[in-house]
Design a protein around this ligand. Structure first.
Ligand code: INI
Length: 211
C-alpha cells in the first residue's frame, strides 16, 4: 500500500535526503548504536520529582528503609523540595497511594516502601502478593516507574538485615531504581519523539494521554 511519502508520481530515488529522513523515523537507535551498546537511564537525580509511599506496619524496619531511600535521593541530587513522603497503614495500602500519587502527574517516579513479615497465618501471602501485583499494575497502567521497595521476609531479623543491616538497604536500592527508570523513560520518550516525524508514536507517554 502506498504511504503518504510514496504517493504515485513521487520518485523517491530523486530525493535521497528525504529518503534518509524517512528511514530514520521508523525505529529507535538499535542496541550497539548507543554508547555502551544500549540505552540506559542515568543515575543523576537532578531535576527529578520523586514521591515515596511508606508503610507504618513494621515501622522499625520501614523507618530504616525510608532513611536509606531519602539518603540515596540526596546523594543523587534530588532536591528536598522535589520529594514528597506519604504514609499508609500497611503494605496492602501502598498500591492505592501509589496510584493516587502517579495520577497527580507531578512525579517522575513513585517509590513504595514496606515490610511484610511472615506470621503464623496466611495473611502474609495475601498482603505480599496483592501489594506486589498492585504496584506492578500501577506502574504499567500509569506508565510511570513505581518501585517495589517492599521487603518480604520470614522473620524480623531477615528484614532488619535488608534495611540497613549486613545485606544492604532495600530503600536505598529502590531510590536508585526510581532515578534510573525515570531517566530511562525520559530518554526513550525524547529519543522516539525527537526523531523527525515520530512525535505521534512517542513510547513513554502516560496512559490515556492524548499526545
Ligand atoms: N502489613 C504490612 O505492611 N506488613 C505485614 O507484615 C502485615 N502483616 O503481616 O499483617 C501487614 N498487614 C496489614 C495490611 O497491610 C493492611 O494494612 C491491613 O490488612 C488493612 O488493609
Amino acid at each position: 500500500m502506498a504511504t503518504a511519502d510514496e504517493s504515485p508520481g513521487v520518485d523517491l530515488d530523486q530525493q535521497p535526503a528525504r529518503r534518509v529522513a524517512r528511514t530514520a523515523t521508523h525505529r529507535l537507535p538499535a542496541i550497539g548504536e548507543m554508547e555502551g551498546g544500549g540505552i540506559r537511564g542515568s543515575d543523576d537525580g537532578t531535576g527529578l520529582a520523586i514521591a515515596v509511599a511508606c508503610s507504618r506496619f513494621n515501622g522499625r524496619v520501614t523507618d530504616m528503609l525510608l532513611a536509606g531511600a531519602l539518603a540515596e535521593l540526596d546523594r543523587r541530587g534530588v532536591a528536598e523540595t522535589d520529594r514528597t513522603v506519604v504514609w499508609v497503614p500497611g503494605a496492602f495500602e501502598l498500591p492505592l497511594a501509589a496510584m493516587t500519587l502517579a495520577g497527580t502527574r507531578q512525579f517522575d517516579a513513585v517509590i513504595c516502601l514496606g515490610a511484610v513479615i511472615r506470621g503464623e497465618t496466611s495473611h502474609y501471602d495475601f498482603v505480599a502478593g496483592e501489594c506486589a501485583a498492585g504496584i506492578q499494575r500501577v506502574q504499567l497502567d500509569m506508565r510511570l516507574p513505581v518501585v517495589f521497595g517492599v521487603l518480604t521476609t520470614e522473620n524480623l531479623d531477615q528484614a532488619l538485615g535488608r534495611a540497613g543491616g549486613a545485606l544492604g538497604n532495600k530503600g536505598t536500592e529502590a531510590a536508585a531504581t526510581a532515578i534510573e527508570m525515570a531517566n530511562l523513560l525520559r530518554r526513550l520518550a525524547s529519543t522516539a519523539a525527537g526523531v523527525p516525524g515520530n512525535a505521534g508514536t512517542a513510547i513513554a507517554g502516560p496512559a490515556g494521554d492524548a499526545g
